[in-house]
Design a protein around this ligand. Structure first.
Ligand code: UD1
Ligand code: UDP
Length: 376
């Protein structure tokens, strides 16, 4: 029996690793699978664990208000040392580009435990954007033995960096597995935004009101970028009377403070707490336009067939840009206002449901890869 340890710490990693945890657990004849959460996020992580019914075997519980990158790196590195010594896994799986993933990969490397990198190979090749995620992802890749890439473009990036072809596995992104699992469960249990604020439900149900769903949290937008985002949202709210802006605000004080300062008294802007995943999917499906800087939302929204405007200057997820389902608007006030206004106009109806990021079978491919590897 091979021992697999899956490690994650933030909301998006948890969403994307949850279906993989479930799949490994189903294969209990082959694998002993344990879950370690660093809890780089706390409440937002717990929301996801609850929805996917995952109880971690280890919990480093590192989150502190206002934590910085040194805190996260040091606490994950030293915490993982003990977890790895205790469990002694045959493989450690990490996800994407967070500091949890990078520091965990380093901890595994120091104990010469092979690392599998889920969502490998995405690149902007700009170390300032996304910061510090671009370097986190590149460094995690340097330490990985298995690279699970969502798209062929991600595979080409790794090949051009000298990663051996036999160590790269094209799987699709596990976020699509998570999304399908969630939309199925929503249907089965007839859930419809159960915990969403009643005012938000009211505007979503009102056919005379158009809705924009907003999320934002990027470090490179702190300060000036967030002031611009707020100015753009305020302008939109004031100039479009039949518009409602629904904004679940990230709890980072560097986000929450400017957003509350500039937007809290505008009646058609609904600032709400982060939504649990099932409610967020419900609101995403019901909204007319999505305005975001999120990686995960960029990957999910094309499946939902609505315009997605991305508040970043560059993205490592270029497939949907090329497919025309997402568009970069940066944090430029005029660009945000102009492009949202464009999609609000009735003549500019937008329909697209092509998703370049996966078919919902990524976790099956990943687990099969490990079965093949350990059987050979
Ligand atoms: C982190 C990741 C980023 C990912 C994002 C997803 C790094 C460096 N950053 O950024 O790649 O895209 O998560 O959201 O790995 N907080 C809470 N409760 C929570 C979560 C956060 O209060 O459940 C607050 C805390 O004050 C915390 C702060 O947010 O100190 C920042 O969290 P942190 O993980 O450092 O940064 P994120 O911007 O969330
Ligand atoms: N999400 C959520 N609740 C919210 C906002 C986002 O569950 O209030 C989900 C969203 O569907 C996506 C993920 O969280 O799967 C994205 O997380 P985030 O934007 O924090 O991080 P990123 O993807 O940019 O790393």
């Amino acid at each position: 029996m091979k021992k697999i340890l899956l490690v994650f710490g933030t909301r998006p990693e948890a969403i994307k690793m949850a279906p993989l945890v479930k799949k490994f657990k189903e294969e209990s004849a082959f694998f002993d699978c344990k879950v370690c959460v660093t809890a780089q996020h706390r409440e937002m992580l717990d929301q996801v664990l609850q929805w996917f019914e995952i109880s971690p075997d280890y919990d480093l519980n590192i989150m502190r208000p206002g934590q910085d990158l040194y805190d996260i790196t040091a606490n994950v590195l030293s915490g993982m040392k003990d977890v790895l010594k205790d469990y002694q896994p045959d493989a450690v799986l990490v996800h994407g580009d967070t500091t949890t993933s990078f520091a965990t990969a380093l901890a595994a490397f120091y104990q010469q435990i092979p690392v599998g990198h889920i969502e490998a190979g995405l690149r902007t090749y700009n170390l300032d954007a996304p910061f510090p995620e671009e370097l986190n992802r590149q460094l995690t890749g340097r330490m990985a033995r298995w690279h699970f890439v969502p798209t062929s473009l991600n595979r080409d990036n790794l090949l051009s960096e000298g990663v051996k072809e036999q160590n790269i596995y094209l799987t699709g992104n596990t976020v699509i597995d998570a999304l399908y699992w969630t939309t199925d469960k929503i249907k089965r249990q007839s859930l419809s935004g159960g915990n969403v604020d009643q005012n938000v439900i009211t505007v979503l149900n009102d056919p005379s009101i158009q809705t924009v769903l907003v999320t934002a949290h990027r470090r490179e937008s702190f300060g000036h970028g967030f002031v611009n985002i707020c100015e753009a949202l305020a302008k939109l709210a004031q100039t479009h009377k039949n518009l409602a802006i629904i904004y679940p605000v990230h709890p980072n004080p560097k986000v929450k403070e400017p957003v509350e300062k500039y937007l809290k008294d505008i009646p058609n802007i609904h600032l709400i707490e982060p939504l649990n995943y099932q409610d967020f999917v419900f609101v995403m499906e019901a909204a007319d336009i999505v305005l975001t800087d999120s990686g995960g939302v960029q990957e999910e929204a094309p499946s939902l067939g609505k315009p997605v405007l991305v508040m970043r200057d560059v993205t490592e997820r270029v497939e949907a840009l090329e497919g025309g389902t997402v568009e970069l608007v940066g944090t430029d006030v005029k660009k945000i206002v102009d492009r949202i206004s464009h999609y609000l106009a009735p003549e500019n109806n937008f329909i697209s449901k092509v998703n370049p990021y996966g078919d919902g079978k990524a976790v099956q491919r990943i687990v099969e890869t490990f079965k093949g590897y350990f059987n050979s």
